[in-house]
Design a protein around this ligand. Structure first.
Ligand SMILES: C[S@@+](CC[C@H](N)C(=O)[O-])C[C@H]1O[C@@H](n2cnc3c(N)ncnc32)[C@H](O)[C@@H]1O
Length: 203
């Protein structure tokens, strides 16, 4: 069979496939999320991830978004409006450790893109004291076959406290109920972000 030039292996391998933590989280989200699903963006920021999740959830799906900064929710709202996706989204200026009070169980995917708002105040980043309770709540809200996806940044303005706390936390997640995967660069000389997937195997 003739393979069109644009789809041939030669063409695909000619450019680097940089699966960094964010790209991996999106690839996993594509595998997990079905049209009609309910998903959570735990850190809306500029709305790029919220828009992406809303596309995967489709017109019958729902995206519930959280950010503690009104500016982030305003940027996300604007972005979703321009993309025609706002109707399927519900956005909260609130900390993600309030998600259990605001979302019903049965969620397919919760995305945590941790750290600080790009083009914003680097001092208002995510912090272990709210991230860990939020991760607990996210795991509790998942349906079987759903997953919590985490992009974990460290070093620089993100520091190391949240990074260490999240790595310690994920080791305590019950193995009978969740499959927890961590993917990191083996040869990076800087603090390359880490991708984590916690998939719910059973209730
Ligand atoms: C790396 S940014 C998120 C990027 C975003 N998903 C995007 O596509 O642009 C991290 C965001 O987490 C937010 N944040 C910090 N603490 C939070 C908390 N406790 N609950 C929810 N969001 C929080 C910050 O305000 C910031 O906007």
């Amino acid at each position: 069979m003739m393979i069109p030039q644009s789809e041939s292996n030669a063409t695909r391998c000619d450019r680097p496939l940089v699966l960094n933590a964010l790209a991996l989280s999106h690839q996993y989200a594509r595998l997990l999320i079905l049209p009609g699903d309910t998903v959570i963006d735990a850190t809306c920021g500029n709305g790029g991830d919220t828009e992406f999740l809303a596309g995967l959830a489709g017109p019958d799906g729902h995206v519930i978004g959280f950010d503690i900064q009104a500016e982030a929710i305003a940027r996300t709202t604007d972005r979703l409006q321009k993309a025609g996706l706002l109707e399927r989204c519900q956005l909260h200026v609130a900390s993600h450790d309030q998600m259990l009070e605001r979302v019903k169980p049965g969620v397919r995917c919760v995305l945590f893109n941790l750290g600080y708002l790009p083009r914003g105040d680097h001092a208002i980043g995510t912090r272990a004291e709210t991230t860990l309770p939020a991760l607990d709540q996210a795991l509790a809200l998942l349906r079987t076959g759903g997953a919590v996806l985490i992009c974990l940044y460290y070093g620089g303005d993100s520091g190391f406290e949240e990074y260490q706390a999240v790595l310690d936390y994920i080791r305590t997640i019950p193995v009978r109920q969740f499959a927890v995967q961590k993917i990191e660069m083996a040869n990076a000389t800087n603090c390359a972000p880490i991708f984590i997937c916690c998939e719910k195997l059973k209730d």
